[in-house]
Every structure is written in structure tokens, then in C-alpha cells.
Write a protein that binds this ligand. Structure first.
Ligand code: CO
Length: 152
């Protein structure tokens, strides 16, 4: 009865490879500038990704204290509330409320010439859900925001 066990293992491996192949885009690369803009208004990731990476490059020259940028991911419904509470969280917390379940992922705040990134499991997102990415630096999310489309 050794063969069936091996066969099951082989099938499991094939299944895992198939799942990895089925996962779509697992990286979002954003640029933020001194004009308070991201270069993308929409990005697509797959909930099937074991790990999703969100990268941000601040292509401007202004320091983080005056033109800081981060990337926060939450449902679109939570964006306004998180942005409001981010101001109270303050610069030391990278303008992200501490231990906030609404925040699915966030990077640190960076200034001109700097980069940052965050990784989180794809299964924190639901395919077809309504998500947004945005900068939670005070006043920025009005302009610095985009739709995060989530596929399977
Ligand atoms: Co910003």
C-alpha cells in the first residue's frame, strides 16, 4: 500500500504547482512625486498570491516631513476613516493607526529619493472586493489614491 501514498503526494505537488501558476499579479509598484500624485490610479493583484508585495518609490525631492508618502491598503469603505485617524496617529506612527483591523497593509512613510515596501498574504484580500490603496499622510488621500482590483 505504498504506491497510493506516493501517488497522493505526487498529485498534491501537482496541485500546489497549479495553484501557484494560477495566481496572477503579486506585485504592485507605485511611484509618488512632489506634486502629491501616484503614477497609478488602479492596480491589480491576486488573492491567490502567497505573498503580495507593494513597493513605493518617492521620485520627488521634498523631505518626508513636508511631502511624505506611504501606501495603505484597506477596503474603499474604510479609506476615509483610516485617513482621518491617521492624522491623530502622527508621523512617528507613519500616519497609520496602531493595531487597526481596517488596515490590511501599509508601508512606512518616505521622502524624496527613498523607497519602501510591504508584503502581506494574498488571502487577506477577497477576489472581487472593493479595495483602495492610498497615502495616509495628512491631506494626501484626496489625491493620492487608487483602486486595488483583486482577482482570484
Ligand atoms: Co503622500
Amino acid at each position: 500500500m505504498k504506491t497510493p501514498r506516493r501517488l497522493l503526494l505526487a498529485l498534491a505537488l501537482v496541485g500546489a504547482a497549479g495553484a501557484a501558476q494560477a495566481a496572477g499579479n503579486c506585485t504592485v509598484s507605485l511611484k509618488g512625486n512632489d506634486a502629491m500624485q501616484f503614477d497609478l490610479k488602479e492596480a491589480t493583484v491576486s488573492a491567490g498570491c502567497a505573498s503580495i508585495t507593494v513597493e513605493l518609490a518617492h521620485t520627488g525631492k521634498l523631505p518626508a516631513t513636508v511631502m511624505g508618502h506611504n501606501v495603505v491598503v484597506s477596503t474603499t469603505a474604510d479609506m476615509a476613516g483610516v485617513s482621518r485617524d491617521a492624522i491623530r496617529a502622527g508621523a512617528a506612527s507613519h500616519y497609520v493607526p496602531a493595531n487597526d483591523a481596517r488596515v490590511i497593509a501599509h508601508t512606512s512613510v518616505v521622502g524624496g529619493g527613498q523607497t519602501t515596501q510591504v508584503r502581506f498574504p494574498g488571502n487577506r484580500l477577497r477576489a472581487g472586493g472593493d479595495y483602495s490603496f492610498y497615502c495616509s499622510f495628512p491631506g494626501h488621500s484626496a489625491l493620492m489614491k487608487g483602486r486595488l482590483v483583486v482577482t482570484r
